[in-house]
Design a protein around this ligand. Structure first.
Ligand SMILES: Cc1cc2nc3c(=O)[nH]c(=O)nc-3n(C[C@H](O)[C@H](O)[C@H](O)COP(=O)(O)O)c2cc1C
Length: 215
């Protein structure tokens, strides 16, 4: 698949067939993932592939609990509300929350805390730079999955219950949880077009707010 085509069509997939994902396919995904950039090339990212039914069931229980909390706290308001007031993001995310245990593969993404270069750690705002050593690799995995005809969704809800997930999966001290990727063959056709802001709204020339390109 052309790389730009893959990037442009790697959307969130939350409906999966029960078919297993072969190991050689998984191997290609992690090979793509490991080529992502990390600060200082310290390579802190680790992946735990969860396929065991009982473990997935437990993860779903925690996930669903956290998800319901998000809904109660007003998650719907900011999330992809489309015409008619129906948010497909919330509808589909709700489906995933209720079916996580049925997803063929859950990839729990971890990172060695000492391997993260966190240049914004001392600023008076939430730090994000540590994640920059993690999520490019995860995006590589998502794009590689798209190339294989797999569907996937990056989720972060389970990070809220990191201590429980750590215990369940035997994640050593010093590693943190960063995401859980739901992965499998899609039940429906993968998207051909994603809803995103146009370049004219997001790219500026020299100063913030001066469009680089007009619409
Ligand atoms: C940082 C991050 C966290 C996310 N967490 C969740 C999540 O916990 N559950 C979920 O269903 N989707 C999650 N998503 C998926 C987003 O909802 C999805 O990428 C977004 O709605 C765009 O969807 P699209 O690519 O299909 O257009 C997350 C995505 C990102 C980048």
């Amino acid at each position: 698949m052309d790389v730009i085509e893959a990037i442009r069509t790697t959307g969130a997939c939350r409906y999966f067939k029960p078919d297993p994902v072969p190991d050689d396919v998984l191997a290609r995904l992690f090979d793509a993932a490991r080529h992502g950039p990390q600060g200082g090339n310290r390579q802190p990212v680790r992946y735990i592939v969860v396929r065991d039914a009982a473990v997935k069931k437990q993860l779903q229980e925690w996930y669903l609990h956290c998800w319901k909390g998000h809904l109660e706290r007003g998650y719907r308001a900011g999330s992809g509300v489309q015409s008619g007031g129906v948010s497909t993001v919330v509808r589909d995310a709700d489906h995933l929350a209720h079916h996580l245990e049925d997803v063929p593969v859950l990839v729990v993404v971890c990172a060695e805390l000492s391997g993260l270069v966190i240049t914004d750690a001392k600023l008076d705002r939430p730090s994000v730079v540590g994640g920059a050593s993690v999520y490019p690799s995860v995006q590589n995995l998502l794009v590689a999955a798209r190339n294989e005809g797999l569907g996937a969704t990056l989720t972060t809800i389970l990070c809220e219950v990191e201590p429980e997930v750590r215990e369940l999966l035997g994640i050593p001290a010093g590693l943190i949880t960063c995401a859980t990727v739901a992965l499998g063959y899609p039940e429906r056709a993968l998207p051909t077009r994603l809803t995103r802001a146009p370049v004219s709204e997001i790219a500026f020339s020299e100063r913030y707010g001066e469009p680089l390109f007009t619409a």
